[in-house]
Design a protein around this ligand. Structure first.
Ligand code: PEP
Ligand code: MN
Length: 349
């Protein structure tokens, strides 16, 4: 159930609704949009009916939500959301590129990848310091030393940083360095982790579980939203199918379905979907044409030396073509490439 406040509702009116809901044993999550405030109610709908919330001052409408994910649904917020990562928007009018190495390996490698990413059209830098590897013998990431490298490269390049957290105990540490926290495909149903990132309030990039339905993915987003953090971007990164020619199968239709069911932005990861460099640019074209709000791609200055996912990383030789695609295709569908922040803006962050 959601309570839509009128345009002239006062802060005391919002507080009165929240107090009434909490007194009835429920919980209320306030999201202030550009033109109005919406309050998502969690708890027993029958008890909320008895409160006659529509008669309280400032209340415009009380709406029952029919889908199981409430706060992230289009029924809750009919307009598509724009999520800000520092000064960088991800939303329906733009095409935002997130680029960088799969894993932070050295300061030089991360800096060189960031420079290539900026040249490719990226406004946000990706890079894993905590890596969720299938094998316990594979490179697990540099941990906090990797986060420090990301912060240094952000200072050099003016690109806000997206990095993954895999352990709830590390959420505060990762949040203290990251501008956006990534939840990987293997963690999409780690509910304690979802709640922990919901509580810190930083923007979250929520990858779809490799075997998750769209509804399960949206329910995972709901765990984050329910803790008061609606700054969530969904990421389609390919799902497991019978096909072995690609690492995963990019589910392009999931982008459209998720955008219709949820107000949250949806981006595509063609690198982890394909697992093959030769498909990354064509799948980026497909993602943009389908209406994705952005793409996240692996870029490595020298994939021969990469400690993780070498086969799918774009290299310097691919940057010109990639940049041309992300610059020229979005305007054909009424979007523009999000520019990278300038240095002065970053210095003020
Ligand atoms: C990643 O982006 O580095 C990553 C591990 O991706 P995924 O969780 O989609 O496999
Ligand atoms: Mn990877």
């Amino acid at each position: 159930m959601v309570v839509v406040m009128g345009r002239d509702a006062a802060p005391e009116d919002v507080a009165a609704v929240v107090d009434a809901v909490r007194a009835a044993g429920g919980d209320a999550f306030v999201s202030r949009g550009r033109s109005r405030t919406i309050i998502g109610l969690v708890g027993d709908a029958e008890r909320f009916d008895a409160l006659n919330l529509h008669s309280l001052d400032g209340v415009a409408e009380v709406v029952r939500i029919s889908v199981p994910y409430k706060l992230v649904s289009r029924e809750h917020c009919p307009d598509r959301s724009v999520i800000m990562v520092g000064p960088v928007p991800i939303g329906p009018d733009t095409m935002t590129v997130i680029g960088g190495p799969c894993a932070v390996e050295t300061a030089e490698q991360t800096f060189e990848a960031a420079v290539l990413a900026r040249a490719a059209g990226a406004s946000l830098l990706r890079g894993g310091a905590f890596k969720p590897r299938t094998s316990p013998y594979a490179f697990q990431g540099l941990g906090e030393a990797g986060l420090k490298i990301l912060a240094d490269v952000r200072a050099e390049t003016a690109m806000p940083v997206v990095t993954e957290v895999i352990d709830p105990a590390d959420v505060d540490l990762v949040a203290s360095y990251a501008d956006m926290i990534q939840i990987g495909t293997r963690s999409m149903q780690n509910f304690a982790l979802l709640q922990a990132v919901g509580a810190v309030g930083k923007p979250v990039l929520l990858k779809r579980g490799m075997c998750a339905t769209i509804e399960e993915w949206l329910m995972a987003a709901e765990y984050i939203a329910q803790r008061g953090n609606l700054n969530i971007v969904l990421c389609e990164r390919g799902i497991r199918t019978f096909e072995t020619a690609t690492r995963n199968t990019l589910d392009i239709s999931a982008v459209l379905v998720a955008q219709r069911l949820s107000h949250l932005p949806v981006v595509v990861d063609p690198s982890h979907a394909a697992g093959r460099r030769d498909l990354v640019i064509p799948l980026t074209r497909a993602a943009i044409a389908a209406g994705s709000d952005g793409v996240i791609v692996d870029i490595h200055p020298d994939p021969k030396l990469a400690l993780c996912d070498a086969d799918q990383a774009l290299t310097e030789a691919d940057i010109r073509e990639f940049s041309s695609v992300v610059t020229h295709l979005p305007p054909l569908i009424g979007r523009s490439l999000t520019p990278a922040p300038d240095r002065q803006l970053c210095d003020r962050l």
